[in-house]
Write a protein that binds this ligand. Structure first.
Ligand code: ADP
Ligand code: MG
Length: 861
């Protein structure tokens, strides 16, 4: 048996397709049933055509301190209480039937709490047929004229469909008819079960326009019930014993060679009309009801699955017969599932075996939920979670829809009554989640390589043939005397063939001749007809092949075009993306450029600042160097000055000490002389020893000299004599005579007299500016009690800054014993008198001071 001969229902996806198949989300619709009593509390509000809002009932609100959330749920579409069955069908189920006819699988299920209208939606009620009868009606309205004869398609027991010739099918029909005494199928709507008779009014009838007329179709229906996780065939012809009811045999699920799940051994009934299909459905429904009553089951606890399988095969090239090629048989199916009530066990007051049932129902719905969750997670997050289809029969049976391809739709039925509120919330959540699951879109089947319109052409050919035959008095109009007469008239007329004379040898040969001519004409006509027919046939065939070639070409081009279209679309979106990207990049560049500009400006200003600072630093450095040099100069000067000063002081001290020594020596000599005078008794005084010379700098400088042994003659000069000594300071220049107020007023004693001098007690600017010379009188009490007056002299010169500076050039020291101070130089005894006055003149070398900048007393202006 060929693999392709099997009906592929539904097909398993090719693994290679898995990556780039187009997917559609599960279409979830919501239907709100009308509330039973007008005064009943309603907890569902339809907000828009796609959104509902749940309102917690008052009782529940009170329980939860009024904090109950009011949640909105969105669906593909919401059908309010006024929605009629036709509207619902048009929106939800019609596309599924169209798909079915185009060889695509579909799954439609109703989900909700018991009493929410699932069965009403799926099956309907008299006068208001549900989706199921409407689907069947549409299907038969569409394929009605193209249906194959019964038994041409034959389901095998492995979920496949075989095909057999019309003759074989006829034989099988006859065989079955003879086995069943009563004809099984009603032929018209009138004979249908009264309960289903008027489900659909003729004006509501709908039809699919795009049916492939070059195919032949057959519809098979099956009806199963899943109860307590067992599958029961509702169409099985098992004799039912009402007295000792046998529990029905459950069926098992199998996988066919295409890995499609199917119920093994399930009855598939071929139906030829809506009514017949209703009849079968009704039969199953009745059986279900009986079983429920007999076995004390609750119908709301079972899932029912009504499957419509459509087998189709193309007509042959002539368009006259079905192509006897099993690989060309296609099967698609639409499963209409009325799920069990989704309520929890506690609400149904289930007991004993019922509790177990309820548990199982919940279990199978739980599994459905788990499967949907896992699928959603796998699809959304790219995980590879195992989807537990096998955990329940319902999910296992529909596994191929979710991991294969097909269109899946769900109608969530809602009863707005308050009692159902909590269950309804759960239903809504499940429904919202289901919407996020995607199912691979079924692909279009490749068109069989025969020209389209074969059926029509065959029909047209047949019509044309009969027309022509009609024209030429063909078989269909052979009885028409006018045509016959015309034909006869066109033949050579028969000569009179009455034989009166036995010796007449002319009549018969003439007759023979005419008959031969007629025979010849007939042969010619037949030949011509055959020829014409052949030509027509070959022309038609040629035309056919050309047409098919054109069509394949066209099809190729179309597919190419669609590919190109796709490419263009992709490119367009890519371009859009890139444009967006480039815009963002441009914007970024703009910002970056602005930022760069700002930074550059900053950099420039900082550089300028840096340069300024560097210049300042350089200046400061140069200044410092200059200062250092100056300081160094000053240090050297000061050092030199102080060295000189020290030297001078040491010299002065030395001189002083020598003087003292000399005075003492002198005294000692005088004393000695007195002593010796006294001891000799009036002897002449010896020659006075040479008077020791008073040490002086000049002499010191000229080397040490022997001190004279003779005492120094006593000076007879008054201790203080007005000795006017002309100070060296007195010159032609103008002087500033600085005499601090602390100085003792010694009158003219030891005072220089400087003509033209400006006397000041504190030096001031004005005085300095008028003079060229400066002298400071400094008095101090020396260690030996003498008053020492120093005349510190200097030159006044102008500074560059406009002030005056004094450069000291000379120090003159005048020394005098203070009359008030006790003098150690007093002579003992009668020798008391004014203190000896010494005028020691020490002059500081002026050259050293003037050569360098020297110590300067500066006065700033
Ligand atoms: P379920 O199958 O969910 O348990 P049913 O379909 O049996 O619920 O509905 C319960 C009752 O409500 C039935 O009598 C049915 O006729 C009625 N019903 C449900 N939905 C509607 C509707 N949309 N319009 C009118 N009646 C409805
Ligand atoms: Mg029901």
């Amino acid at each position: 048996m060929q693999r392709g001969g099997k009906g592929k229902t539904p097909r398993r996806p090719a693994l290679k397709k898995a990556t780039n198949v187009e997917k559609d989300p599960v279409g979830v619709y919501c239907r709100i049933r009308p509330i039973c009593a007008e005064d009943e509390e309603c907890c569902v509000e339809m907000i828009s055509s796609s959104t509902i809002q749940l309102h917690a009932p008052d009782g529940l609100k009170a329980n939860r301190n009024g904090e109950y959330k009011e949640t909105q749920y969105s669906f593909k579409r919401v059908f309010g209480i006024n929605t009629n069955q036709t509207e619902l069908f048009e929106d939800v189920a019609k596309p599924l039937v169209e798909d079915l006819i185009r060889c695509k699988n579909g799954l439609l299920f109703t989900y909700g709490v018991t009493g929410s209208g699932k069965t009403y939606t799926m099956t309907g009620s008299p006068g208001e047929g549900g989706l199921l009868p409407r689907c069947l009606d549409m299907l038969f309205n569409s394929i009605g004229p193209f249906q194959a004869k019964r038994f041409v398609f034959k389901p095998d027991d492995k979920n496949g469909i075989e095909i057999q010739s019309q003759v074989d099918a006829l034989l099988e029909r006859q065989k079955r008819d003879s086995q069943q005494s009563v004809p099984k199928t009603p032929s018209s709507r009138q004979k249908a079960d009264p309960e289903f008779a008027d489900m659909i009014s003729p004006e509501e009838a709908c039809k699919c326009e795009s049916v492939d007329e070059d195919c032949c179709y057959s519809v098979f229906v099956s009806y199963i019930e899943i109860y307590n996780n067992y599958i029961y065939d509702l169409l099985e012809d098992a004799p039912f014993d009402p007295i000792r009811p046998k529990p029905p045999q459950s069926k098992i699920l199998r996988e066919d060679q295409n890995h499609t799940m199917y119920v093994a051994g399930c009855t598939e009934v071929e139906v030829k009309s809506t009514e017949e299909a209703f009849e079968v459905f009704w039969k199953g429904q009745k059986k279900r009801r009986i079983a429920n009553t007999q076995l004390n089951r609750e119908s709301s606890r079972s899932h029912s699955v009504f499957t419509v399988k459509l087998a189709q095969a193309p007509l042959d090239a002539d368009g006259d017969h079905i192509l006897q090629d099993k690989s060309q048989v296609n099967a698609s199916q639409l499963c209409l599932v009325d799920l069990a009530g989704s309520e929890r066990t506690s609400r149904t007051r289930a007991e004993g075996s019922r509790l177990r049932e309820a548990g199982n129902i919940n279990q199978s719905l739980m599994t459905l939920r788990t499967c949907i969750e896992a699928l959603r997670e796998n699809q959304m997050y790219g995980t590879n979670k195992m989807v537990p289809y096998r955990d329940s029969k319902v999910t296992h049976l529909f596994k191929n829809y979710f991991d294969g391809e097909g269109k899946v739709r769900m109608i969530v039925c809602v009863n707005p009554k308050a009692e159902d509120y909590e269950e309804t919330v759960l239903v809504m959540r499940f429904a919202e989640m289901t919407q996020e699951v995607e199912v691979a879109r079924p692909v279009d089947r490749p068109i069989y390589g025969l020209a389209a319109g074969r059926r029509q052409r065959n029909q047209a050919f047949k019509d044309e043939l009969s027309r022509r035959l009609e024209e030429r008095g063909g078989p269909s109009n052979a009885d028409d005397p006018v045509l016959l007469n015309q034909l006869i008239d066109s033949l050579p007329a028969l000569p009179p063939c009455e034989l009166v004379d036995p010796a007449d040898d002319q009549t018969l040969p003439r007759l023979i001749e005419v008959l031969e001519r007629r025979q010849h004409i007939r042969q010619m006509i037949t030949k011509q007809v055959n020829q014409t027919a052949n030509t027509l046939k070959s022309m038609l065939q040629q035309f056919d092949s050309q047409l098919s070639a054109k069509e394949t070409f066209l099809h190729d081009q179309r597919s190419k075009l669609s590919e190109k279209d796709k490419v263009i679309l992709n490119q367009k979106s890519e371009i859009e993306r890139l444009e967006k990207k480039s815009k963002t990049l441009e914007y970024k560049i703009d910002i970056l450029q602005k930022t760069t500009g700002m930074y550059e400006q900053d950099k420039r200003s900082l550089q300028q600042e840096l340069e300024g600072r560097e210049q300042m630093l350089q200046k400061e450095l140069a200044e410092r160097r200059r200062m250092e040099q100056r300081m160094q100069g000053m240090v050297t000067d000061t050092k030199y000055k102080w060295e000189k000063e020290c030297e001078r002081r040491v010299n002065a001290k030395q001189l002083e000490m020598q003087n003292k020594l000399w005075v003492k020596d002198e005294k000692l000599k005088q004393l000695k002389a007195i002593v010796t005078e006294n001891s000799s008794g009036g002897s002449h005084p010896a020659e006075p020893p040479p008077k020791p010379e008073r040490p002086s700098r000049e002499r010191d400088r000229n080397g040490p000299q022997e001190r004279s042994a003779s005492p120094t003659p006593r000076p007879t000069v008054p201790p203080v004599r007005p000795r006017h000594r002309r100070s060296r300071s007195a010159g032609g220049e103008k002087w500033v005579d600085h005499k601090p107020s602390s100085n003792l007023d010694l009158d003219t004693v030891m005072q220089p007299i400087i003509p033209n001098a400006i006397k000041v007690s504190t030096p001031n600017e004005k005085a300095l500016s008028k003079c060229h010379k400066y002298v400071l009188r400094h008095q101090e009490l020396a260690s030996d009690g003498e008053i020492e007056t120093k005349l510190i002299k200097g030159d006044v010169f102008k500074t560059r800054g406009g002030g005056q500076a004094v450069q000291f050039t000379d120090i003159e020291t005048l020394k005098q014993e203070c009359p008030a101070a006790p003098s150690r130089k007093r002579r003992s005894g009668s020798e008391e008198g004014p203190a000896q006055i010494e005028d020691v003149e020490n002059r500081a070398p002026a050259g050293g001071l003037s050569s360098s900048s020297g110590y300067q007393k500066r006065r700033k202006p």
